[in-house]
Design a binder for this molecule. Structure first.
Ligand SMILES: [Zn+2]
Length: 431
């Protein structure tokens, strides 16, 4: 039990609890007489950093009297484990205060004070990386705070054990345009051609709360991902990193980025990939990341090197899909161009009838090119004309403006008037 010997109680945690107690006392809510805890020895529980470790004064007395045990105000971890109780912040508040005859308003403010304390304690926890398989992405994206839909938490089965994740109410992740959308909008994420590419989702959690998330696109077949081997940074792309708060945002993004490099064993000192016999290049290649410019300075400062550092914000590879069409499409931050002929997602701006742009939040994809309903010519949507008389949309060449009608008509139906220099609609003429 080595970790117990080095155990130190967090003064932050104590302050959070005492400030909660003060707030509740100020609400005019009375303390229970029988829950006489020893305030100076209150601390964060060793077994769970979100729980309160406490001892009642009666117990201190009886330990002294009957067991001859005298506990100091700062007990050792062993003593704390053996003699103290641990309970949740909420239960601790309920133990201290008598809520029997309080008003509805007092109860509401009591609950608010407890909730604030829980959030504050949670915010002090270490952030832990989890890398989830693509199958979890729709459910994580689908989480929202609409209580009627009850998608507050997601229970993920990961390597046999069940982990529960949630996104807090006051989280900027909820502001992501795709958060809380129907799960089937994200079907495409589960249909990557895993013989060529792999998609994962990296999340940082505090307790069970997701405080950052990002898609990780990988240019390696799923079966070939071996974290025991050094990986080439060019084969990875860390997409936009969404965070819970704007406060310390770059710091959180940097942590996710660095944790992902470590998790996948990505070799940033690229000498490892030089062909045999070649001189070291004295360069560092970092895996590309959407938020490159937000975290660049921090990452470079940490490298503390004279080597040249290469870091970009766009991926070095396209991603293959299994199908050429889907019922719904998500909005994609980086891989916005879906080449339906090649079945690839790309970051390179492409145009053509085979290209769909995944830049809509309503489940659709945009096809920026239209086919003329008259001649079949492909043209930009903005250069398209709707012909009222024929109820069709056509290209520039197939449309002619008719002054008399004040609208466009089909060029085939336009009759030129030599005298006025204007076009008439054939159907309007008495021939
Ligand atoms: Zn045309």
């Amino acid at each position: 039990m080595n970790n117990l010997k080095t155990y130190k109680t967090s003064s932050n945690f104590r302050n959070i609890i005492f400030s909660m107690i003060d707030k509740i006392i100020n609400l005019g809510i009375k303390e229970k007489k029988n829950f006489n805890y020893c305030a100076p020895s209150l601390a964060q529980a060793i077994i769970n950093p979100l729980k309160v470790s406490y001892i009642k004064k009666d117990k201190l007395k009886s330990l002294k009297k009957y067991a001859k045990v005298i506990l100091p105000l700062s007990p050792t971890a062993e003593q704390r484990n053996k003699y103290f109780n641990a309970c949740s912040i909420e239960k601790f508040a309920n133990n201290i205060f008598n809520k029997d005859n309080i008003t509805a308003e007092q109860l509401q403010e009591f609950n608010e004070a407890v909730k604030e304390a829980k959030e504050a304690a949670n915010a002090k926890l270490e952030k832990t990386l989890h890398v989830l398989d693509a199958e979890h992405i729709p459910e994580i994206y689908h989480l929202n705070h609409d209580k009627e839909k009850k998608h507050l938490a997601y229970e993920a089965k990961i390597k046999g054990s069940v982990k529960s994740f949630y996104i807090g109410e006051k989280s900027d992740i909820n502001a992501s345009c795709m958060q809380g959308k129907p799960a089937n909008y994200f079907d495409i994420y589960n249909d990557i051609n895993t013989d060529s590419n792999t998609l994962k989702m990296a999340i940082l959690t505090q307790g069970n709360e997701i405080v950052a998330r990002s898609l990780i696109w990988i240019d390696i077949p799923a079966a070939d991902i071996d974290r025991r081997k050094k990986q080439n940074p060019k084969h990875f792309y860390i997409d936009r990193i969404y965070t819970k708060t704007q406060e310390h945002r770059a710091e959180t993004q940097k942590q996710l980025y660095k944790d992902v490099i470590k998790y996948f064993n990505i070799e940033i000192d690229n000498n490892h990939f030089l062909p045999d016999g070649e001189e070291p290049t004295n360069k560092i290649y970092l895996p590309p990341c959407f938020n490159c410019y937000d975290i660049k300075n921090k990452i470079e400062a940490e490298q503390n090197t004279t080597k040249q550092i290469f870091f970009s914000n766009s991926p070095r590879f396209d991603v293959e899909l299994n199908e050429d069409a889907y019922n719904y499409y998500p909005y994609l931050d980086t891989y916005q161009y879906f080449n339906t002929y090649q079945q690839t997602l790309s970051n390179d701006q492409e145009h053509g009838s085979d290209i769909l742009r995944l830049d809509s939040t309503s489940g659709d994809a945009t096809n920026s090119l239209r086919e003329c309903e008259r001649c079949g010519h492909e043209h930009d949507e903005e250069e398209s004309f709707y012909i009222e008389t024929e109820a069709m949309s056509v290209c520039e060449d197939c449309a002619t403006y008719c002054e008399e009608r004040g609208e466009h008509i089909l060029t085939d139906e336009a009759v030129y008037n030599n005298h006025s220099g204007e076009y008439h609609y054939r159907g309007d003429l008495c021939i």
